[in-house]
Design a protein around this ligand. Sequence first.
Ligand SMILES: N[C@@H](CCC(=O)N[C@@H](CS)C(=O)NCC(=O)O)C(=O)O
Length: 219
Amino acid sequence: MITIHHLNNSRSQRVLWLLEELEVPYEVKRYERLASMQAPPALKAVHPLGKSPILTEGELTLAETGAIVTYILETHGAGRLVPERGTTAYWDYQHFLHYAEGSAMPPLVMKLIFSRLPTEAPFFAKPILKGTVQAVNQRLLDPQISGHLDHWERALGRSGWFAGEHFSAADIMMSFPVEAAASRVRFGQRANLPAFLARIHARPAYKAALERGGPYAYA
Ligand SMILES: N[C@@H](CCC(=O)N[C@@H](CS)C(=O)NCC(=O)O)C(=O)O
């Protein structure tokens, strides 16, 4: 039986959603974030990185969402939610599978961390930090994030999904960057992005995963 070590309100929600889409039975072991938003030390006892998600099944302990998604699809997927090998859709799928965590999330995480700095600083440092954060956002992060949003908007413009004509695990991987972006930046004229979110949030498996995973700020 697959066990997902799930941190509340986290990327791990995607793995629960994938398992619900595939109707694969699984157990959820829940962990609550500390006040600092970090994972509790108990997760380090499961995997040295101490981050969520972590999958355990038999002898296997696996961290990193993309690797976990690939493992689940290869061992329990029976070909579902992956475009046909060798097609353009398949390579778009591979792109988004790796790109979601490798390229899309880093500037979004940086923006979140920077936005918290002034609020957590002593009062005399707040104005300086506010100015620094504004400069980093304007010069570095916002233009980068905007480029990512344009990439997603264009990709979704083809069929409404990230890889090929049909819903795939690439859409599950990309849900977290799109949801994270929705909470941090404006989509502006990019109508395909909110439409994508509305479509995935309406899926019964997405809703079922929320029931297993607990409150999720982006839903
Ligand atoms: N790229 C990794 C990121 C893992 C990660 O940072 N997970 C977050 C949850 S959203 C976490 O465990 N944060 C708590 C911490 O860093 O202590 C993946 O996709 O699995």
